[in-house]
Write a new protein. Sequence first.
Length: 420
Amino acid sequence: MSLLAFGINHKTAPVDIRERVAFSPGQLGSALQDLVAQPQVQEAAIVSTCNRTELYCGVDPKSSGIIVDWFREYHKLKKHDIEPYIFQHPDQEAVRHMLRVASGLDSLVLGEPQILGQIKEAYSTASQAGTMGGQLDRLFQHTFSVAKQVRTDTAIGASAVSVAFAAVSLAKQIFSDFGQHTALLIGAGETIELAARHLHQNGLGRMIIANRTVDNARTLAEEFGGYAISLPEITQHLAEADIVISSTASPLPVLGKGSVESALKARKHKPMLMVDIAVPRDIEPEVSKLDDVYLYTVDDLQGIIQEGLRSRQEAAQQAEEIIDTEVSHFMHWLRSLNAVSTIRAVRENAETQRDSELERAVQLLQSGKDAEQVMAELANRLTNKLIHTPSVQLKQAGYDDRHDIFDAAREIFDLKDHDL
């Protein structure tokens, strides 16, 4: 059986193509079972996210065309609609691809950790659908272990590479004990959601989310144990906030110098960090002139992001070295499977001969034959039977001048120290 990684991702296909071949969670189980029902497809798992749809399969060699046809027909696509965008990685390259994906090296944002959770979900789904075989199971388990090693041994995920992550990293530098502080997040879009997630993961004490549509703020607040308010209510709660992160689509500032000044007085001039990541700006630039306020804009965060990217790129080089080693380890294990059937056949043959000679010896003992003589005969007959076929084959190898067979025999039977 051969391993195959096949599919499309953000590097090979535009978003409209990725949307057309995505599998919904409800489709995955039946799709997997339909896939392994195809000729020569023995096991399969599917990773389907907004950035990639990838199939990992155990197939008979040279049968990848079956999977391409199934994929195209399943999504009702013509050949020219999909073929320019697909990739196919066989065997060793399939293993390398999965390890790189799980470690965040193939992600749109280098080092992002979410993909590992998505691969674990794909493993769980394939297991439940009954399409996870022995080789794929081993590959997924190996992948989880390697991804964990990459996270532990490198700084691949330690540095800020998104605006939201950079804003939270900045807050961590100023406020050491997050559990004692409150953040006010203004907006409810993707950037604010990411900031809320990072703050929550870092143990923030309290979160207030303000948005023009309070229902949207409430939905986000409930996910992270926060409190939702409307935009007009900001002035009533601003003094509670040690950290303010704002990202709305408002054409005018939502926070002016006067409101911040009043909040500082109510706070008795305890410092505030304000991060304005909106374009156009949500916080009046004059706020930066106030004492006890640290105001950063999206431009200020770019330096942090660029430094984070450099750090992750250095870590990625270390991760690639780990992956090179681990691909080699997995391929050694995979190749060792080729010996299993031969080992089993040798053992079964030896056991058959053993049982035959043992039965003969028991019958001789029961007939009253001398036990010592029976044991000697058992040992001699069993030895002769076990070495008969190898001896015949070695004689033939000598006749044919097959020195490679002699070398193999000496290695198999550990005869390296014996005279030639």
